[in-house]
Write a protein that binds this ligand. Structure first.
Ligand code: 4AD
Ligand code: MG
Length: 432
């Protein structure tokens, strides 16, 4: 067999005799010529099989190749403008590896539940493949961003002794003789400990929320990246968030344009994601809602529709800051100019994609934090280590969390987060 090559590298092998390995994406035949579309995970390439060249036996053998059968094809590579991917192979040899029997996902339309039940196979289709590649690019660019700015990756535990983001969405599990453990809702509290050691850290891992609602924005298991920086205040935090979002979107536009094309993504809004991002206070956001005729009451949390209406006023993501403290987490610092407000920031994506980032400056005073734990009915013993961070050299600090799946959903322009993660977990879905 000739040199094995990936389709994405075909441009450097024009005129050479090489071998491609993959799965049959599509086939058509016209008399003495067959066209086999092979996909190998990096692209698709059309093989042209001429009966007169390969002989009758090999030509007929190709008929065994059903959709998703695995095979190798060898031959000479040629640039071909009209072919999908821009290259074609004049095939001299076909080697069948495994014939697929009645692949269930055909080019016709299938219902989303049918596809979700076959997620392990659905991942092979071109849209899902494109989404996974964009997801990977988003994650790669996130690591690149923090690694290039002196942050240290800090891995937080998944089994935790206490709640971070409210007690209503906790997943509980038995933990040997130690009682209950909870699956982490956020690595933030550990990130704060890391920031006091390393200055700038990011936590990046799976997080869990027993979300009882069935929406297009909620998963029960999702990935979050959470930077935490010692000595940052709310403004520094917003500066970091906008630079971060600009970096992610720029990277996807630079490196994953073919995938965005497959997804038919209108990239107009993505090209606008440049600093500075607009910043409005919660009070100003409420005024926007009132000016649009929505009967919103000050003090409530922004709902999905409210977020959409606010974000529609801007051509890029918008930062909403200084929310009522009563609707935010216990660890958020209050605004020194107005004790009713928390130094919080949410970033709302355009086009109705809603909140993609939630963050804040943290309460750094021991007594105040202790009082907040009591107000929120949180068990002090479980947070004693966290209070230590305020006992021993407390400093102002801030951070935020970006949800990977909502970000993928927005950048890819999808209807639902279920397609943004390889194997989604939702209230009604635990398989495959
Ligand atoms: O706003 P959240 O709850 O913030 C935190 O967890 C903070 N501890 C983060 C921090 O400051 N370090 O969640 C952060 C982000 C949301 O903006 C959203 O993008 C995503 O996590 N998210 C979800 N994504 C999918 N499904 C869910 N159920 C989500 N809940 C939150
Ligand atoms: Mg939030």
């Amino acid at each position: 067999m000739a040199t094995k090559v990936y389709i994405e590298n075909l441009s450097t092998h024009v005129g050479e005799n090489i071998t491609l390995q993959g799965w049959l994406y599509n086939a058509r035949s016209s008399g003495k010529i067959k066209f086999l579309l092979l996909r190998d995970g990096t692209g698709v390439c059309q093989g042209v099989i001429v009966k007169a060249v390969v002989g009758e036996e090999m030509f007929n053998r190709c008929d065994q190749l059903t959709q998703e059968s695995s095979f190798k094809m060898s031959g000479t590579v040629r640039a071909e403008q009209r072919a999908p991917g821009g290259y074609e192979m004049d095939v001299t040899n076909i080697e069948i590896i495994s014939v697929a029997k009645e692949y269930p996902i055909t080019p016709k339309e299938h219902g989303v539940e049918f596809l979700a039940d076959r997620r392990h196979l659905w991942l092979r289709s071109s849209r899902q493949h494109a989404i996974m590649r964009v997801r990977h690019e988003i994650i790669r660019s996130i690591r690149e961003f923090f690694d290039g700015r002196g942050f240290t990756l800090l891995d937080a535990p998944i089994f935790t002794p206490a709640a971070c983001e409210g007690t209503s969405t906790l997943f509980e599990t038995e933990y040997f003789d130690l009682g209950k453990a909870f699956l982490t809702q956020s690595g933030q509290l550990y990130g704060e400990a890391g920031a006091m050691s390393l200055g700038k850290v990011y936590v990046f891992g799976p997080t869990f929320r027993a979300e009882k609602s069935k929406t297009r924005r909620h998963l029960t298991e999702f990935w979050m990246v959470e930077p935490e920086v010692a000595f940052n205040d709310l403004n520094d935090n917003m500066d970091l968030a906008e630079e971060f979002l600009e970096h992610i979107v720029t990277s996807v536009l630079k490196n994953r344009m073919p995938e965005l094309k497959v997804l038919e993504r209108n990239i107009k809004f993505l090209e606008n994601v440049k600093r500075p991002l607009p910043r409005v206070t919660y009070d100003e956001a409420v005024e926007i809602l009132h000016s649009k005729g929505l009967p919103f009451e000050w003090g409530n949390d922004l709902g999905g529709t409210d977020e959409t209406v606010i974000s529609e006023q801007f051509d890029r993501p918008v930062m909403v800051h200084r929310y009522p403290a009563a609707i935010k987490a216990f660890y958020m610092k209050r605004d020194p100019n107005n004790d009713k407000l928390a130094l919080a920031v949410d970033v709302l994506a355009p086009e109705g994609y809603g909140e993609i980032i939630g963050g804040s400056q943290r309460e750094d005073d021991y007594d105040t934090l202790l009082a907040r734990l009591k107000e929120h009915n949180l068990p002090q013993e479980a947070f004693d280590w966290y209070l230590d961070l305020r006992r021993f050299g407390s400093v102002p600090h801030a951070g935020f969390g970006l949800g990977i799946e909502r970000t993928v959903s927005w950048i890819c322009g999808l209807d639902h987060v279920r397609e943004t993660i390889p194997f989604p977990r939702m209230i009604y879905r635990l398989t495959p």
